[in-house]
Design a protein around this ligand. Structure first.
Ligand SMILES: Nc1nc2c(ncn2[C@@H]2O[C@H](COP(=O)(O)OP(=O)(O)OP(=O)(O)O)[C@@H](O)[C@H]2O)c(=O)[nH]1
Ligand SMILES: [Mg+2]
Length: 389
């Protein structure tokens, strides 16, 4: 088994990629997907596995710099890293690499060099930095044939292969074969976009050695650090005095609120780190005088906590109004039945009847002042965001 080294992904793949099998990161254009292949390579170098990296978009020198930027030092893995240089000949540059592709526009030349590298360095991981780039240079037909040939040599040399592939508008047939035929596993790496991409995610869309789990993870790329599971924006809204700011502080690893006379008048923001997943969380004020800005605060949120004071049923209609004012109704939502420590606090079931909330919106009890229930609430919201992707 070869691990991908991407957070949660090896879990989804039942431990990693078995010998002789191949995986493709199918990347939406504009998303920072090339880091995935790099991270898988580096993760394995660290584990003492031999890694063959086929570069076609930049010189070996520039590739080493890209790894450096991510905080990954290739020099300490000299013995285990093999670069197949399918770039230098393209621009007529000299190369010091032992495995130099003479004609990067010719798939036979690429295959010959890769095969030599594999023969001399079997039982490792082969990473193709950009299959789509090879496709642009050598043509769709030939590249698809190259993949079939790769597969034969993988099995021969007990190797695993991982390719980055940016899904530019190639022919439907090419995309179909990449998705359905030519790899044992497909991990889609996508973006959530309005005008610009504000969230990025990955998830397994095919795997032939275990059951496909319908699981997706949001991420960002940190330099240094690489691919990290990350939720860019969770919104916390609810009526005046419900406990939103308190909730943000109790759920966050660090947080800032700008309050005056006990009410939020400006920034309400926290950062959460929980079991390898991080998230940024933003609160709204509750007072009606801020209603005009609520729509702006809700923009680009991926999930919502609606905090209510369980002892104040008269504020419940306002709570629902706030979902509408922030334009977040319909997003994954968890209702926090806060202040359960106070006498007269309504239980979640009674609250649901009273508020007439859709069945699929979970309502969880909490005491924000003592952090009770906040972790459960975060895990529940995460689950709902991931399911909705
Ligand atoms: N007893 C109890 N008090 C709470 C709880 N959560 C918050 N409070 C208190 O409720 C008051 C309001 O809390 P905030 O967190 O400022 O409420 P908010 O929703 O941010 O208020 P606005 O920003 O003004 O809309 C504070 O005095 C908190 O200490 C809770 O679970 N139990
Ligand atoms: Mg507040």
């Amino acid at each position: 088994m070869i691990e991908t080294g991407i957070p949660k992904l090896d879990e989804y793949l039942d431990g990693g990629i078995p010998t002789g099998k191949s995986l493709v990161y199918l990347i939406h254009p504009g998303v920072e997907g090339d880091v995935f292949g790099m991270q898988s390579l580096y993760h394995n170098l660290e584990k003492g596995v031999k890694g063959i990296y086929v570069t076609s978009t930049a010189s070996p020198h520039a590739i080493r710099d890209r790894f450096e930027e991510l905080g990954w030092d290739l020099n300490s893995h000299r013995d285990h890293l093999i670069i197949v240089d399918a770039y230098s000949a393209l621009i007529g540059q000299d190369s010091e690499e032992r495995y130099l592709v003479e004609d990067p526009e010719d798939t036979a030349s690429i295959l010959k060099t890769v095969e030599k590298a594999l023969e001399e360095n079997p039982r490792g991981l082969l990473v193709c930095e950009s299959l789509s780039n090879i496709m642009d240079l050598a043509g769709e037909e030939d590249t698809l044939q190259l993949l079939q040939d790769f597969h034969k040599v993988l099995v021969l040399y007990d190797t695993v292969s991982i390719c980055n592939f940016t899904a530019w508008p190639y022919s439907d047939e090419t995309i179909r074969r990449i998705k359905d035929e030519l790899f044992n596993a497909v991990v889609k790496v996508g973006g959530i976009a309005e005008r610009v991409i504000f969230g990025q995610y990955y998830g397994v869309s095919k795997v032939d050695w275990t059951q496909t789990k319908d699981a997706t993870m949001l991420f960002r790329v940190i330099k240094p650090g690489g691919v990290k599971a990350f939720i860019p924006k969770i919104l916390v809204t609810g009526p005046y005095h419900a406990g939103k700011s308190t909730f943000i502080h109790s759920i966050s690893t660090r947080a800032v609120s700008v309050n005056r006379l006990g009410t939020t008048i400006a920034l309400d923001h926290g950062h959460i780190e929980h079991r390898g997943i991080s998230a940024d969380i933003f609160g709204t004020p509750g007072q009606e005088r801020f209603d005009p800005i609520l729509k702006l605060l809700g923009g680009e949120a991926l999930g919502v906590f609606l905090v209510v004071d369980s002892t104040q049923p008269t504020s419940f209609p306002r709570a629902k109004t706030m979902l509408e004012l922030t334009k977040t109704f319909g997003l994954p939502t968890v209702v926090i039945a806060n202040k359960q420590d106070l006498s007269g606090a309504m239980k979640p079931d009674d609250l649901r009847d009273r508020m007439k909330l859709p069945r699929d919106i979970p309502i969880l009890p909490a005491v924000a002042t003592s952090k009770t229930g906040v972790t459960d609430a975060f895990e529940m919201l995460l689950k709902r965001i991931m399911e909705g992707l």
